[in-house]
Design a protein around this ligand. Structure first.
Ligand SMILES: CC(C)(COP(=O)(O)OP(=O)(O)OC[C@H]1O[C@@H](n2cnc3c(N)ncnc32)[C@H](O)[C@@H]1OP(=O)(O)O)[C@@H](O)C(=O)NCCC(=O)NCCS
Length: 164
């Protein structure tokens, strides 16, 4: 499974020309509902977010690129890095353009490698809505375990971590 994905995609740091793809993918109803901030993001808001992102030294956002057409297929980030601990999040893949299974797991494994080898982190943490079965499967497959729970607007959130 993962062998095919290596031939189909590459992962590189986010650049400004990616952010409109990110905004449109993030704004889809089926994706928005899985993030804490669920409102639609305007073009101007996205530009302001990118300006802040560029000026934040402990936020690392990555773009998954299709080798076929060199267009973005998804995104993921490691952010709020302090004391060798980082938060994993903003994972999103365009299932309409990449229909084979396994991309979510491939991306997370790749970012775990970056966390260990480049960022020299010792632990990754994340939060996920308890009803987001696909994401939880990805996180558990990559070794994350649950260590707590909270609630946001009546929806349960699971807190997970991975020592790397
Ligand atoms: C979460 C997400 C990145 C997973 O990407 P993906 O490429 O589908 O991930 P994978 O194919 O590696 O694995 C997904 C697993 O969930 C399963 N799955 C997918 N949709 C599912 C559903 N609706 N119900 C139950 N299981 C589901 C898949 O079968 C697979 O399970 P398997 O390992 O047993 O085969 C993708 O669904 C997505 O972009 N979701 C919207 C944004 C989001 O929720 N981000 C996470 C926020 S915390």
């Amino acid at each position: 499974m993962q062998n095919n994905i290596v031939h189909d995609v590459c992962i590189r740091e986010l650049v400004e020309s990616d952010i409109e793809f990110l905004r449109l993918l993030r704004n889809k109803e089926e994706n928005r509902k899985n993030f804490i901030y669920q409102k639609e993001i305007s073009y101007e808001e996205q530009l302001r977010w990118y300006d802040r992102y560029k000026n934040t030294s402990n936020d690392y956002m990555y773009t998954i690129i299709s080798k076929k057409d060199e267009m973005p297929l998804g995104f993921a980030a490691i952010y709020d890095v302090t004391n060798n601990i980082g938060e994993f999040g903003r994972l999103i893949v365009d299932k309409t353009r990449y229909t084979s299974p396994g991309l979510g797991k491939y991306v997370l494994n790749h970012l775990i490698d970056i966390s260990r080898e480049k960022l020299e982190l010792q632990r990754l943490k994340l939060e996920v809505f308890k009803d987001n079965i696909a994401a939880i499967k990805v996180y558990k497959f990559c070794g994350f375990h649950e260590y707590g729970e909270s609630t946001s607007n009546g929806r349960k959130i699971i807190h997970m971590e991975l020592n790397i």
